[in-house]
Design a protein around this ligand. Sequence first.
Ligand code: G6P
Length: 561
Amino acid sequence: MLAYNLIGSSLVALGALSIATMRARANWGSSALDRTTGAQEAVSERAPSPENDGWYHQHGDPSVVELGGSMGPRLIIVSNRVAVPEPGSKQMAGGLVVAVKAALRNRTGVWFGWSGKIDETETAEPRTVERNHITYAVIDLSKNDFEEYYNGLANRVLWPILHYRVDLQEYSRADHSGYMRVNRLFADKLSAFLREDDVIWVHDYHLMPLARELRIRGRLNPIGFFLHIPCAPLDILRTLPHHDEILGALTDYDLVGFQTENDRDNFAAYLSTAPGVKKGRGLTFEVEGRQTRIGAFPVSIETATYARLARKAARSPFAKEIRESLTGLRLVLGVDRLDYSKGIVQRINAFDRFLEVNPEWRSRVTLLQIAPRSRSAIIDYAAIENEVTTLIGRVNGRYGEAFWTPIRYINRFHSRTALSGIYRAADVALITPLRDGMNIVAKEYVAAQDPENPGVLVLSQFAGAAAELTGALIVNPHECDAVAAALKRALGMPLFERRERHGPMLEHLLVHDIDQWAESYLAALAETRQRPGLMSELRAFLSPSRSRTDRRATPEVRRQA
Ligand code: G6P
């Protein structure tokens, strides 16, 4: 810990390198892990030794070879689950996956975490796969780890608490120690291949104590953390037993990022009352002489790419099939992981109320609810599935006709392309979580619309996205009548108002896209080390060479959207 107060060695290493060299390294095509330490030799036949290191890199850059080849700052992303692309398999691209991919685009990087597999034999070294210049390094978890760390403390305690659902937390000492054990396991595996000049970016609530564990192992690297889910207010955070061991450990990161200012302020309030934490300047806090900065960095999407995808998908046979199946019905859409935080039950109740009080809309509209199953081993998730299924059956039974099903319900995953086509076909997106860190479905829906004839977004005030998507009809998901009224208004909204609402939201998302998110976070992380002179170099390294004009809302981009 003390050692950490010394000058960050990663920055010394950075200072020794020219920007040109760093750029050259950033563009290497070969596997970052493969090119690194002896720890990797066991996992890859191509793993180079210190002697041969660098000889098979693609460009043979003389400056790289001169400096020993293997050195150069890498971005190490760590998250619980790693989405290793499997050829031919559909993957659900949630907010975290989209965000991590953007952070790694155009950078030399490694994505480290759990493979999603359970295996009793401990993985000696991470397995590595390289796809599109990203090295994926994964380990398996034991059944016990899976139960105590993932199902237990992460998803039966932290998830509900951070989503303001104290009533659902099921704390146990065994799960707490399982959570700490897996964080130590991650730290050990990660430590084995870390280099002094790596920049580490840890994602989400599963891995809050990871920086502390890495510091204990003597790691002085810049380490950032981003919380993808909400951060509840102080009194709620304090319901977590031994919260200082988990939430307090966030002070070992250099930068802790949140989705919204509200989340950030909740955490600031927590730190302000935590023993041993001193408030520094601005959004900085100090513990035993070392500083942590906190900030709001609203996660986003690849807006321009997504808009193009949706435009293409609208012409696909799949989209045609959907349109034909609608036989003139208006389409209202809900897309969520099957999770109690998403407010699916309240949404179905609101749709029920809408049909009850607006009989003229019966047989003219259908709600398509896509809800892939999630965390099914946890009882609250099984319960929500039963509740949703029963409720949908009841509504369909009450209002349905032989020729009309009010609610279509699907548990299957859909590819990004298929989803973009469905978004484009939907007249209204009903996105009404009870609490959500951001909700990227809301952003994707906006990006996927035809700007000439856009649909209407009905959005919960409790989604992080509501702070940015001000053209949406903002609702309180707990007020059934208000959601039903907003739905009626959305379905009857004239074209000029739909355009007026949609245009500025699209413009906003074209500027504040996922690349801007990653760049601004990493620039802020670089600044936390406050070494003038070196900062500009680190910053230059961390920003990909992509022209910033790419994401400006030019008329061309808007036309293409
Ligand atoms: C949320 C969390 C992510 C998580 C995802 C899927 O978006 O913020 O960290 O990966 O849900 O959940 P799962 O438990 O299936 O990984």
